[in-house]
Design a binder for this molecule. Structure first.
Ligand SMILES: [Fe+2]
Length: 349
C-alpha cells in the first residue's frame, strides 16, 4: 500500500481520500500519480484482499477499483465494502471484454464505471460529480443514479439479446428435432412458473428460462434414429441418450455467460438422492436451477406423447413427483410444482 498525505505545499488538493485498487503495476502507478496531484489522500492496493484491508483501516471517501484481479477480485471486494459501508461510492474500471464482471459489479451496487484504458480527465470529472452528489444527497437527478440506470438498461438489453439468441437457437433446433424443441419450450414455461411460486429472485427466473430453453441441446449429439425410435430403447441406446447432458455442457461451457448455464444443463438429470447422472450429485450439491429443471422435465415428459409412447397423463406425472418427493426430487420444488398445477397451470401449445 502506498499513501500520499503530504499536502503542505498543495492547498489546491481536494480534501478527499481515494482508494485505488489495481493489480497492473504500470496502470496503478500511472493513475496514482494523476490522483495524487488532485486529491489530498490517495491510497492504493494491488488486489481485492489488500484493498479491503486498506478500506477497513483507513475508511476512504471513494473507492476506484479494477474488477479482474488475483487473490480477491474486485467483485468480492465491492461486496464486502458495500456490506460495511453501503454509501461509500465505488467506481469500477473495466475493459470492454469484462462485461460479465461489470454486470456482477452492477448487481452489487457499484456506483459508476470508467472504461479502460482510462481517460484520466473523464475519471476526474466523474469523481467530482460523485463528490457533488455526496454534498447534495437530495439531488435525485445525480450522475450516479443516471450512471447506474444506464448500466441497468444495458444489462436488461443484454438479457433481451441473450433471450433472443436462445430463442433463435431453439427455432433452429425445431427444424431438426421438433419434439425436443417443443419439450424445451414447455419445460421453460413450467420452470418459470415453479420458480415464481418459490418466490426466488427475478434473476433466477431469467436464468432458469434460458437454461430450460437449452437443457436438451446435447440431444443434437444423439443419432436421430435413436431419438425418434418408435419402440423402447435398448440398454446401449439408453446409455447413448444419457450422454446428452454432458454433450450439452460441452456445447455451452465455453460461452462466458454471467451464470453457470453449462453446469445447470449438465446437472438437469441429477436426482435428489444422488441416483441421477452424469455426476451422481445429491441434495443442495445440485444447483437449484437444475433441481427445478429436473422436476419440470419429468412432468412435461410424462404428460406429453413421445415417438415411442402416448402421453401418460398429467395425473400420473404429478403422482410420480409426489411419490418420490424428497427421494428423487427436491421437496420444495415438488411442492411449488403441485401448487402451480393447483392454480390451473397449462402448458403452452
Ligand atoms: Fe434431458
Amino acid at each position: 500500500m502506498n499513501g500520499n498525505t503530504d499536502t503542505s505545499n498543495r492547498p489546491e488538493l481536494i480534501d478527499v481520500s481515494v482508494l485505488y485498487v489495481e493489480d497492473d503495476d504500470k496502470i496503478r502507478e500511472g493513475l496514482m500519480r494523476f490522483l495524487t496531484r488532485r486529491f489530498k489522500t490517495v491510497l492504493t492496493a494491488m488486489d481485492g484482499e489488500e484493498g479491503l484491508s486498506v478500506f477497513i483501516a483507513k475508511t476512504p471517501d471513494i473507492v476506484i477499483t479494477d474488477i479482474k484481479m488475483p487473490i480477491m477480485d474486485g467483485i468480492e471486494m465491492i461486496k464486502n465494502i458495500k456490506q460495511r459501508s453501503p454509501d461509500t461510492p465505488v467506481v469500477i474500471t473495466t475493459a470492454f471484454t469484462d462485461v460479465s464482471y461489470m454486470i456482477k459489479a452492477i448487481e452489487l451496487r457499484a456506483d459508476a464505471y470508467v472504461r479502460k484504458p482510462i481517460d484520466k480527465d473523464d475519471l476526474f470529472n466523474l469523481l467530482n460529480k460523485i463528490l457533488i452528489r455526496r454534498q447534495t444527497p437530495t439531488d435525485d437527478t445525480s450522475i450516479i443514479k443516471r450512471e447506474v440506470q444506464l448500466l441497468r438498461d444495458r444489462y436488461e438489453k443484454m438479457k433481451r439479446m441473450l433471450m433472443g439468441a436462445v430463442e433463435a437457437a431453439s427455432h433452429a433446433l425445431a427444424t431438426i428435432d421438433h419434439f425436443t424443441a417443443d419439450h424445451q419450450r414447455r419445460v421453460a414455461g413450467l420452470s418459470e412458473a415453479i420458480v415464481a411460486e418459490m418466490s426466488l429472485s427475478e434473476d433466477i427466473i431469467f436464468k432458469i428460462k434460458i437454461a430450460a430453453m437449452l437443457h436438451d441441446i446435447g440431444k443434437m449429439h444423439v443419432p436421430a434414429e435413436i431419438l425418434t425410435k418408435p419402440a423402447g430403447l435398448t440398454e446401449i441406446e439408453r446409455a447413448v441418450v444419457k450422454t446428452h447432458a454432458m454433450a450439452g455442457y460441452e456445447f455451452l461451457r465455453k460461452i462466458d455467460f454471467t451464470f453457470p448455464l453449462a453446469d445447470i444443463v449438465l446437472q438437469h438429470h441429477e436426482k435428489y438422492n444422488g441416483s441421477g447422472y452424469p455426476l451422481g450429485l445429491n441434495g443442495s450439491n445440485i444447483l437449484v436451477e437444475a433441481r427445478v429443471l429436473n422436476v419440470a422435465d419429468v412432468v412435461e415428459a410424462m404428460s406429453s406423447g413421445r415417438p415411442y409412447r402416448p402421453s401418460l397423463g398429467l395425473d400420473m406425472a404429478l403422482g410420480e413427483i409426489s411419490d418420490r418427493r424428497g427421494v428423487l426430487y427436491d421437496p420444495d420444488v415438488v411442492d411449488a410444482c403441485l401448487n402451480v398445477f393447483g392454480k390451473d397451470f397449462k402448458f403452452q401449445e
